[in-house]
Each structure stands twice: as structure tokens, then as C-alpha cells.
Write a protein that binds this ligand. Structure first.
Ligand code: THU
Length: 134
């Protein structure tokens, strides 16, 4: 099984657990690290809407909690044609990724589009000393 097929399967599995009673829009995310591990997340909404978190944030937290610091590839999926990570999530992804890190956008069946991170976020807020020791 290819990396991207595994990423899609695991993101879809996380998407099934999304807690999205307010938007009705379930999202799943899966991160592949250079060591070959996969970390997943789903969106978790809240009655106080801004408290909700995106699927990508959940996957990043799982990766960091496991001691990993590098995103090799990330996949996001929704029922939609092609969900693109929101701007907030692109900044979060960029903290742990390289400009050519692959961002796969998938629906329930397949990866619809794959981008390099730099295509989606050509510029970002960056503090050199925050990323030196990662
Ligand atoms: N959402 C994500 O999980 N990731 C994104 O990149 C965009 C949006 C979630 C947040 C909210 O729970 C729902 O999708 C509708 O905006």
C-alpha cells in the first residue's frame, strides 16, 4: 500500500469521529512523518464556536505528543470535492514542514489534488529562533 493510500484510509477513519454538530462539516487529517509514522486528527467543534479546533491541529498535536517534529506529507479529507486547509492551519503546518512538503486534498474516494506547501502558503510569519531547535 502506498503512503498516500494509507494516509487517506487513516484520515477517513478519523473523519468518522469528527465532532461537528454545529457546521455539520466533518474533516479528517493524517500526517506522515519521515520516520514513517502516521498521526491523525479530526475537527472538534464547541458551543463557543471559536473554541473549535481543525482536523489538522489535532493531527499536529498527536505528532508532537509522540515526540515527532517534522511533517513529510499531510492529507486532509472532507465529503467535499477538495478541501484546502484554512489559513490558520497552513501556518500551523508550516511550523513543522518544508516549502516542498506535500499537502494532499481528498474527498471520500480519492486524493483530488496535491500541492506543495509553498503553493498554498508562499509566505508565512516566521521567527528564526522558534524553529532553530526543532
Ligand atoms: N475545518 C478543518 O477541520 N480544517 C480546515 O482546514 C478547514 C475547516 C473545520 C473547522 C470546522 O469544524 C468545520 O471545518 C467548518 O469550518
Amino acid at each position: 500500500m502506498t503512503n498516500s493510500t494509507q494516509l487517506l484510509q487513516q484520515a477517513l477513519s478519523a473523519q468518522l469521529n469528527a465532532y461537528a454538530p454545529y457546521s455539520g462539516f466533518a474533516v479528517g487529517a493524517a500526517i506522515l512523518t519521515p520516520s514513517g509514522k502516521i498521526f491523525c486528527g479530526c475537527n472538534v467543534e464547541n458551543a463557543s464556536y471559536p473554541c473549535g479546533t481543525c482536523a489538522e491541529a489535532g493531527a499536529i498535536s498527536a505528532m508532537i505528543a509522540d515526540g515527532e517534529r517534522q511533517i513529510a506529507e499531510i492529507l486532509v479529507c472532507a465529503d467535499d470535492e477538495c478541501l484546502l486547509p484554512c489559513g490558520n492551519c497552513l501556518q500551523k503546518i508550516a511550523e513543522f514542514a518544508l516549502p516542498d512538503t506535500l499537502v494532499h486534498c481528498a474527498n471520500l474516494d480519492k486524493i483530488v489534488q496535491t500541492y506543495r506547501l509553498t503553493e498554498l502558503l508562499p509566505h508565512r510569519f516566521y521567527l528564526e529562533n522558534t524553529t532553530d531547535d526543532r
